[in-house]
Each structure stands twice: as C-alpha cells, then as structure tokens.
Design a protein around this ligand. Structure first.
Ligand SMILES: [Mg+2]
Length: 419
C-alpha cells in the first residue's frame, strides 16, 4: 500500500494568442486558459496530476481543506478517494476533478494506462480516437465556411457548430449554410449550450420545448446527427419528450450534471441518445465509468465533454477509450484564440490531430500526461504545498502532541485497513 506524502497546488494561466469568445458565455472575451493544477506525490515518489478549470484564483484557500483530507490516504483506493472528496464538498468545495490524479498514480503503480483500468475487458489496446472539430464561438457564416475548409484539410470528417441567437431563423441559417458548404457526407452536430446558461456579460436565449422541437426538426432537414444540450440540464422530462419527437436527430447532454444520481434520472426517463459526462466536473472517472456501464447495457452512446484544457481532454480521452462502442470525441478547436498551442500549453507537446482525424491515446502507465516542467514554471504559480511532516507540525500546534499522535495512529490504521 502507498500513501500520499505531498500535495502541491498551482494557479495556471496561459495567455491565448487571440481573444476567444465562448458561445456559452455570450460577450465574454477569454484571454487566458486558466486552471488549478494538482500534483500529488506518494511516499514512493509516484506523481499524479489533475486539473480543474478556473475563472481566476478562486481556489486560493483550497489547500488548507485538501491537505488534511488527502495526505496520508491511499490514492489507489478510489472508493475511499471518492468518499473523502464528497466529505470535503460538504463545506462548499465541489472538486471532482481531483480524482483523476489518483487514477494517474494507480495506473503508474499497476503499469497500465488508465483506460485499461476503467475497462479491463477491452480485447486490445486502443491506440487512436476519432475526433470531431468542436467549434466554440458564434461566427459569421463566411468565417464559419473558412473554418470548415480548414478542418477538412486537417483531416476532420465531423464538426460541432454552435448556435445562440434569440432569433431561431439565424440559428437555422448557420446549420443550412454549413450543410450546403460541406456536402452530405460530413458529420454535423450542433450545440445549443442551454444546459447551464451563463449571462455574466450578455443575455442568452432560453429555449423551451417548442423552440427545441422546431430547431430539432430543422436539424433533421439538414441531416444533423446530434443536438447537444437543447434544454436546461435538469429538464429531464422535456428532454425525454424532445427525444420522442425526433425521428433521426440524436439528443445529447449530461456534460456538467452532478454525478451518477443525475445521469441515472436521464437514463431512466430516456432523455438522451448520447451521454457526455465530463470527468472533471461530473464526479470523476469513476462516475464516468458508472455512466458508461449503464450506457453499454442499454446500447446508448457515450462520448465525454472535453472542453477545458489539454489535461481535461486527456482525462476524458481515457473514459472515451474505455468505452467499447467508440464513435467521435470532442476536440476543442476555434482559431485564432482556442488552438492546441494554448489549450495544451502545459504539456510538453500539444495534442495534434492526424490526417485521418484522430488523436493518439496515451499507452504509458497512468494518464500519460507529459507535464512540461519548464512550462509549468512559466505559466504556473504554486500557491500551496503540504507534506506529512508539515501537516504533523500543524496538527501538534493546534491539537497538542498527545491528540496529534492519536490521530496519526488512527489515520495509519484506517489506510492499512483499506477504508
Ligand atoms: Mg456541449
């Protein structure tokens, strides 16, 4: 058994080459890719990494909560990790993204890539994932046509468009223009970003079942394969009704829903054809596995949301690789602002797309993240560092020597008993 000896937290901010305007935050110019990076080190020196999307430096105080929770625990005991993260969330910090670092360590110790741990029944190594170009902004049709030409040249055979206009005719015009431009064979998906509306800068339209139905029917006319998040993330019944009303269009969602208990409602009600839980938001890779097992049993599609940063893309790539019926995975790409160089800047190399429209699945033990140490120094600022000795000193100061020793004994016994 191993235990966590040290944890470190970094604010990472990578300047983008140009401002990026995400369709899901209308009017907001994003100028940096920001996230919190967690580095965990075991007593044997095995390192695990995870990243949680951030707006600014809002996780400044997270370490003082996480340190006592995580130091001394067995990172390979995933049910225990989940339980501890759940307990920490009772104080208002919901941080499921952290769990990926434990899978990273578990894979390194067991000598297997994480996707094989998630699904040991896969017959062969899964080396590549077919990806679709996921656009991220609302753009004039002329600019979108340039984008479509570019991704086709790169090797993509599928795209996801964004629509976010108050006028449905504008939204339909985007789909129609794209279909006419790329011809009949190219796969098109559309994301309405209605699941978790953000109105920080500009207001955003709110779709109801009728608007989603009208738009969905138009999508069917233009051979769109799937419509993503056409209604609120908790509109379980209306999503199910929308799905019943469609004949060829698939309904997708569940990207930021909170864990299995919400995914289960969608599944029971029949809300989606395609499930897209993001392990960094939805409860961790263990939750992704719970959801994909349910999808496997019912013949539903599973393809995680990946739009955070290069680390989030790789974490979710492992969940995707573990699913036997793989189709298309999201590859976030919206030049000039959101390109692999910025998105993956903390990695030694950006995640590139092959001329066949695929990305490589890491085969090395763990997540296969190659964190560039120089890059981390350049873009990251460490704001928390804690190890067993420092934690012990803190505990002695606050609780007294006798109580600190008792707590240490209990923690060790607990870790050794596996729970
Ligand atoms: Mg989406």
């Amino acid at each position: 058994m191993t235990t966590i000896e040290r944890i470190e937290l970094f604010h990472v901010a990578v300047p983008l080459t140009a401002p990026f305007y995400p369709s899901w935050i209308p009017g907001y110019p994003q100028t940096e890719s920001r996230f919190t990076l967690l580095k965990m080190t075991t007593k044997d020196g095995v390192e695990g990494f995870a990243a949680g999307n951030a707006f600014e430096n809002e996780r400044e105080g997270l370490g003082s909560l996480l340190g006592p929770y995580l130091i001394g625990m067995d990172p390979t005991d995933i049910p225990r990790v989940r339980q501890l993260l759940r307990e920490a969330s009772f104080l208002g910090w919901h941080n499921p993204w952290i769990e990926a670092a434990c899978w990273d360590i578990k894979g390194k110790i067991e000598g297997k890539p994480v996707y094989q741990l998630l699904n040991p029944d896969l017959p062969d190594p899964v080396t590549a994932a077919r990806v679709y170009a996921s656009s991220g902004s609302i753009k004039p049709i002329g600019k979108r046509k340039e984008y479509l030409d570019r991704i086709r040249e790169m090797g993509f055979s599928a795209v996801k468009l964004r629509v976010h206009d108050f006028d449905i005719r504008e939204d339909i015009a985007v789909v129609e223009a794209a279909r006419r431009h790329v011809g009949d064979v190219f796969v098109i998906g559309v994301d309405a970003n209605q699941g978790w509306r953000v109105t920080l800068i500009d207001d955003a339209p709110t779709w109801d079942l009728e608007r989603a139905t009208d738009f969905g029917k138009a999508c069917e006319d233009f051979g769109v394969r799937w419509l993503e998040e056409p209604l609120d993330m908790h509109a379980y019944d209306d999503l199910a009704e929308l799905r019943r009303r469609m004949s060829t269009l698939k309904i997708a969602g569940c990207e930021l829903n909170a864990g299995w208990h919400e995914a289960r409602i969608f599944i029971e009600k029949g809300s989606f054809d395609i499930y897209q839980p993001d392990a960094t938001f939805c409860g961790g890779l263990d939750t992704s596995r719970e959801i994909f097992r349910a999808c496997m049993e019912r013949g539903l599609e599973f393809t995680p949301h990946t739009w955070t940063n290069g680390i989030g893309l790789i974490v979710n790539l492992h969940a995707f690789a573990a699913y036997p019926e793989r189709r298309l995975l999201e590859y976030p790409f919206e030049p000039p602002g959101w390109v692999p160089e910025g998105r993956d800047a903390i990695l030694e190399e950006p995640i590139g797309v092959s001329s066949e429209g695929t990305i490589a699945i890491p085969q090395e033990p763990g997540l296969g993240l190659r964190i560039g140490r120089k890059r981390l120094r350049r873009f990251g600022r460490r704001f928390y560092r804690m190890n067993t000795v420092k934690l012990a000193v803190n505990t002695i100061r606050k609780k007294g020597l006798r109580t600190a020793l008792e707590l240490k004994k209990k923690k060790q016994a607990r870790a050794q008993s596996g729970g």
